[in-house]
Design a protein around this ligand. Structure first.
Ligand SMILES: Nc1ncnc2c1ncn2[C@@H]1O[C@H](COP(=O)(O)OP(=O)(O)O)[C@@H](O)[C@H]1O
Ligand SMILES: [Mg+2]
Length: 262
């Protein structure tokens, strides 16, 4: 990075062609004792800016582990992780926390909102930690809630909102510090179909505005919203294809849809 051997810096030359995330030989083994669990095994993966990636696979296949490692919430046991060309595997916890705060947004199956705070106050929380002045953060929180279709729920507390509304509040909160990437682990796992659709609609609009989105799901109907589908099995990526070309996914989605019909 610090070497300036070219007239034009590498990052500028390559522009958005530089991988946002590049994993090389990433493995994750839990537990050092007699029965270690290999959650990820020698994963190579490149994610570019503005991609909308779905990660599917059976329960226990390593989806959450993969997302946590990419989101710098967890460290790999071995392998390298380049974030915009910079190796982040050796960084200190504090440096990882700063990258997460400034560049990453997270959404989980359980919305993790503060029950005693209103929607707008929940969205303000990350901005308090980032030192945004009170008036600015209130204005921005309102704008973000409007963006996810919750302009009419600003002063509602989580218990006064549907699951889908709570999850969209969590999305607005994840956007507070203007991240580059959104990581979502089973974001619709607790939601009825229509509320899940609204959550995915919000993520799709963000992606269309330039956000890189990575979503873990085991619902084929949710994966259909993505552009790129990764399938993971026993800690290995076993397929990586444009979502629109996945015949298996379309068949599964159709079966799922029939399942829920009365
Ligand atoms: N903190 C942990 N300690 C030990 N084993 C873990 C831990 N987290 C996950 N695992 C194991 O790693 C494997 C992959 O887990 P996970 O990434 O959560 O899968 P998925 O999200 O696909 O269901 C599973 O066998 C799981 O039991
Ligand atoms: Mg999981």
């Amino acid at each position: 990075m610090s070497e300036q051997t070219h007239a034009v810096p590498e990052a500028v030359q390559e522009g958005s062609a530089e991988a946002l995330i590049r994993l090389q030989g990433i493995s994750k083994v839990y537990g050092k004792s007699k029965e270690p669990v290999v959650a990820l095994s020698d994963v190579d993966l490149v994610v570019r800016r503005r991609e909308f990636v779905a990660i599917m696979g059976p329960s226990g296949s390593g989806k959450s582990t993969l997302l946590s490692i990419m989101g710098l919430l967890d460290r790999p046991t071995s392998g390298s992780y380049l974030l915009e060309g910079v190796d982040v595997t050796g960084l200190k916890d504090k440096e990882l926390a700063r990258i997460r705060r400034d560049h990453f947004g997270f959404i989980f199956q359980h919305y993790n909102l503060f029950p005693e705070l209103t929607a707008v106050e929940n969205v303000e929380v990350p901005m308090i930690y980032a030192g945004v002045p009170a008036r600015d953060r209130r204005r921005r929180a309102k704008e973000l809630l409007e963006q996810v279709g919750l302009g009419h729920r600003l002063n509602h507390r989580p218990a006064e909102m549907s699951g889908g509304e709570q999850q969209r509040t969590a999305i607005a909160r994840a956007l507070a510090n203007a991240p580059t990437v959104l990581f979502a682990d089973e974001p619709t796992g607790n939601l009825p179909t229509e509320q899940g659709r609204q959550v995915m609609q919000a993520l799709k609009e963000l992606n269309e505005q330039g956000m890189t989105v990575l979503v873990v799901t085991h619902d084929p109907g949710i994966a259909l919203w993505s552009q790129r589908l990764l399938t993971i099995r026993d800690g290995r990526i076993v397929s990586d294809e444009p979502t629109a070309q996945s015949q298996l996914l379309k068949t599964q989605a159709a079966l799922f849809a029939e399942d829920v019909e009365p």
